[in-house]
Design a protein around this ligand. Structure first.
Ligand SMILES: *[C@@H]1O[C@H](CO)[C@@H](O)[C@H](O)[C@H]1NC(C)=O
Ligand SMILES: *[C@@H]1O[C@H](CO)[C@@H](O)[C@H](O)[C@H]1NC(C)=O
Ligand SMILES: *[C@@H]1O[C@H](CO)[C@@H](O)[C@H](O)[C@H]1NC(C)=O
Ligand SMILES: *[C@@H]1O[C@H](CO)[C@@H](O)[C@H](O)[C@H]1NC(C)=O
Ligand SMILES: *[C@@H]1O[C@H](CO)[C@@H](O)[C@H](O)[C@H]1NC(C)=O
Ligand SMILES: *[C@@H]1O[C@H](CO)[C@@H](O)[C@H](O)[C@H]1NC(C)=O
Ligand SMILES: *[C@@H]1O[C@H](CO)[C@@H](O)[C@H](O)[C@H]1NC(C)=O
Ligand SMILES: *[C@@H]1O[C@H](CO)[C@@H](O)[C@H](O)[C@H]1NC(C)=O
Ligand SMILES: *[C@@H]1O[C@H](CO)[C@@H](O)[C@H](O)[C@H]1NC(C)=O
Ligand SMILES: *[C@@H]1O[C@H](CO)[C@@H](O)[C@H](O)[C@H]1NC(C)=O
Ligand SMILES: *[C@@H]1O[C@H](CO)[C@@H](O)[C@H](O)[C@H]1NC(C)=O
Ligand SMILES: *[C@@H]1O[C@H](CO)[C@@H](O)[C@H](O)[C@H]1NC(C)=O
Ligand SMILES: [Cu+2]
Length: 599
């Protein structure tokens, strides 16, 4: 943050110097005119805030932190959990030097950033880059354009994002929001905490084929809160002044859990989701899926006192989950120190009606900065089933001999019955293979439709042996530059129905409709909102239901598509789009940076 301010200042000073020189060269009678001109330019520059370079160094390292009465070595950026906050203005260029001084291979993803013509900086391991191994470095460089609001950055290798993440805030270039400027902006990063090494948990689960151990606590800005006996003094406190309006920049960085969030006796006005402005939506509860972000205003309009903010999970179809509650405190100025904060009542864990109302009710703000109309003509129609599966267990095969998944098999998951294998150990990332035309890393035959049509959401078929097993592959769907794609994400009930938050890299998409049961084109196409649908990068597909999205593939590269429930990623609930180059050099993928890590 400090670096950001310094750079900006330098630039402004340079400008001023240039102007002073010019002024000095001009004749006396022009002096007043020139002075006025310079003054006008200075005004213009400060209001339009010319694009700057925002430069940071991220040192990935082991850090010992104490939570829940136990010290734990975690991987952090610059020793912080959550990691450093990035503040940029729309139009700025971001340069982050990543130095890996930690024990694991790592990459960083800038979640929701469009990465227009900069796919090399997107980050998912073996998709756009090989990993940065311990002792090595890579510089991420990209421009942030055509979007503003709250996003975030996180590790995109193994499960390291559990502790390697932070806010990525894109301020309006003009300094103006399409609503009155809030008194203060406060990031609220919802995360989770594991009292053991998360990488060990994943390694163990992938070895056994079973479900990974669950987190021990949720956190607000890294703190579990005072419902945990050992974390009484690890409770996030937010001081407010009565009558003032605050903007919460909320991020769900938890690995596997959707979260309900409330502040006792206060309501919110949602003004943006996934860095796209929305119509003002008033609610007393926020529901946020892993990967999603929400900008919500709240006014400290209650009697002076203290009020808890609290979060717990929204979960359906998961037998074992973290059922704890994290909380922080909103403290009004002059609140008596002895007062007992009021606690909000959170919904039951499986309250799908509450979640669905929030997820489906918000609309985009037509004509707001960076608003994008829904493309009317569709070039590619896809129906993609998403859900869990099994992988056959073979007691005779050392690599998959342990069978702690359902039916003594191993957990798997798929999209259109293709269970994605991240192409490690193939010499190149998928993006390099695309750019250099190397074969053997992936194939371009991802199906447009499920291979078998069945009653997708029928739970009587959850353990039907003909439907359970999915083939392992690394397949992409090829798209022509600038083509428009419409996707029906259809949840299945295989193993059990769940809400899968689907994230697409490189694009935000319009959410045309959502519903329960099987998508029915004749009935459900009529429900499409083509006027002011949500514009998101992560859509929570209703449990036992579907969601329809549409986007324009205006960005060449290989773009990962996956469930943002971390457990489902290595099991295979992923695919990728390979978007071809446009007609000109400026609409094509540039060559890779010289320091791109090699496999
Ligand atoms: C970091 O911590 C991990 C897990 O505790 C440990 O295995 C590793 O040796 C440590 N590495 C460094 C460089 O300190
Ligand atoms: C996961 O939990 C099980 C049961 O509590 C425990 O035995 C195991 O050690 C845990 N795994 C890790 C990696 O902490
Ligand atoms: C927390 O402390 C209270 C009272 O000191 C005790 O009753 C409760 O069992 C403790 N809870 C845990 C999880 O240790
Ligand atoms: C609370 O903080 C104090 C001082 O920072 C520390 O000594 C104490 O152990 C902490 N208590 C708990 C329960 O974490
Ligand atoms: C949370 O889960 C634990 C163990 O799974 C259980 O003992 C406990 O009663 C649950 N608590 C709540 C509030 O559901
Ligand atoms: C404030 O919240 C408490 C606890 O949630 C509730 O009992 C009370 O009715 C609320 N008061 C007002 C004025 O909303
Ligand atoms: C929002 O939810 C309410 C109540 O469930 C419903 O009546 C209304 O139509 C919804 N609005 C939108 C835009 O989805
Ligand atoms: C596990 O072993 C079986 C039988 O050898 C094999 O068919 C299956 O493909 C193996 N699993 C994976 C992930 O390859
Ligand atoms: C064992 O499983 C691995 C993958 O898990 C697979 O590649 C290999 O072919 C299997 N070997 C045999 C003998 O089935
Ligand atoms: C998935 O593919 C396998 C073959 O790899 C097939 O046996 C199975 O029926 C297919 N399942 C579905 C749901 O399409
Ligand atoms: C891509 O499509 C947009 C609008 O649909 C259009 O404005 C733009 O010119 C197109 N770009 C190219 C290179 O065709
Ligand atoms: C880490 O990266 C190195 C170099 O690319 C590779 O050899 C190694 O297998 C990777 N380790 C893991 C655990 O993926
Ligand atoms: Cu999922």
């Amino acid at each position: 943050m400090d670096g950001y301010k310094k750079k900006r200042k330098k630039k402004t000073n340079k400008k001023r110097k240039r102007k002073t020189k010019k002024k000095g060269r001009d004749r006396e009678k022009w002096m007043l005119f020139m002075f006025l001109l310079a003054w006008a330019f200075a005004l213009l520059a400060s209001s339009l805030a010319s694009a700057a370079i925002v430069e940071h160094t991220f040192k990935v390292q082991n850090t010992t932190m104490k939570r829940l009465c136990k010290e734990q070595v975690i991987v952090t950026v610059n020793g912080r959990f959550p990691g450093p906050r990035l503040n940029v203005r729309e139009g700025d260029t971001v340069i982050v030097h990543l130095l890996n001084e930690g024990p694991y291979n790592i990459t960083i993803h800038w979640h929701g950033v469009f990465q227009l013509f900069s796919a090399w900086a997107d980050g998912p391991e073996y998709v756009t880059q090989c990993t940065i191994s311990p002792g090595n470095s890579y510089t991420y460089k990209f421009k942030v354009t055509q979007q503003e609001g709250t996003l975030w950055w996180h590790a995109h290798a193994s499960v390291l994002r559990a502790t390697v993440h932070g806010a990525f805030i894109i301020h309006p270039r003009s300094g103006k929001f399409p609503f009155p400027k809030p008194y203060k902006q406060v990031p609220i990063i919802l995360g989770d905490w594991y009292s053991t090494n998360v990488v060990d948990i994943e390694t163990q689960a992938l070895a056994t084929g079973g479900a990974p151990n669950v987190s021990n606590a949720f956190t607000i800005n890294g703190l579990p809160g005072d419902l945990f006996n050992c974390s009484r003094n690890q409770t996030f406190k937010m001081k407010v002044k009565q009558g003032k309006t605050y903007m919460l920049r909320m991020i769900n960085a938890a690995l596997n859990n959707h979260l309900f969030f409330k502040i006792a006796n206060h309501s919110f006005t949602v003004v943006a989701v996934d860095a796209a402005y929305t119509d003002h939506y008033i609610t007393d509860i926020i529901v946020i899926a892993p990967g999603q972000t929400i900008d919500a205003l709240f006014t400290a309009n209650q009697p002076v006192g203290s009020y808890y903010m609290a979060a717990s999970t929204y979960t359906v179809g998961v037998p074992l989950f973290d059922n704890t509650t994290t909380r922080g405190i909103v403290v009004y100025d002059h609140a008596p120190s002895s007062c007992h904060p009021l606690m909000p009542s959170l919904p039951p864990f499986n309250d799908t009606p509450t979640a669905h109302k929030f997820y489906s009710n918000i609309t985009s703000k037509v004509g707001a900065p960076h608003w994008v109309p829904v493309p009317r003509e569709v070039d590619e129609h896809m129906l993609i089933t998403i859900g869990l599966n099994l992988e056959r267990c073979d007691p005779k095969n050392a690599t998959n001999a342990t069978c702690l998944g359902p039916l003594n098999e191993r957990f798997s998951s798929s999209m259109n019955n293709e269970s994605f294998v991240i192409p490690r150990g193939r010499g190149f990332s998928m993006l390099e293979a695309f750019f250099k035309n190397v074969s053997g890393v992936y194939t371009a035959d991802f199906p447009d439709n499920p291979p078998v049509v069945f009653d997708f959401t029928n739970q009587n078929l959850s353990f039907n042996p003909n439907l359970l097993f999915a083939h392992k592959s690394t397949k992409v769907k090829k798209l022509k530059f600038n083509s428009t794609v419409e996707i029906v994400f259809q949840n299945t009930a295989i193993i059990g129905p769940q809400n899968h938050p689907m994230h697409i890299h490189g694009f935000s998409f319009h959410v045309l409709a959502q519903g329960f049961g099987n998508f029915d084109p004749t009935r459900d196409t009529a429900k499409f909102n083509l006027v002011n649908p949500q514009f998101r990068n992560t859509i929570a597909v209703p449990v036992g239901g579907w969601a329809v999205i549409r986007f324009q593939a205006n960005n060449p590269g290989v773009w990962f598509v996956h469930c943002h429930v971390e457990d489902h990623v290595p099991w295979g609930l992923d695919m990728a789009f390979e978007v071809g180059n446009g007609p000109t050099p400026s609409t094509s993928l540039p060559p890779p940076p010289a320091d791109l890590p090699k496999c």
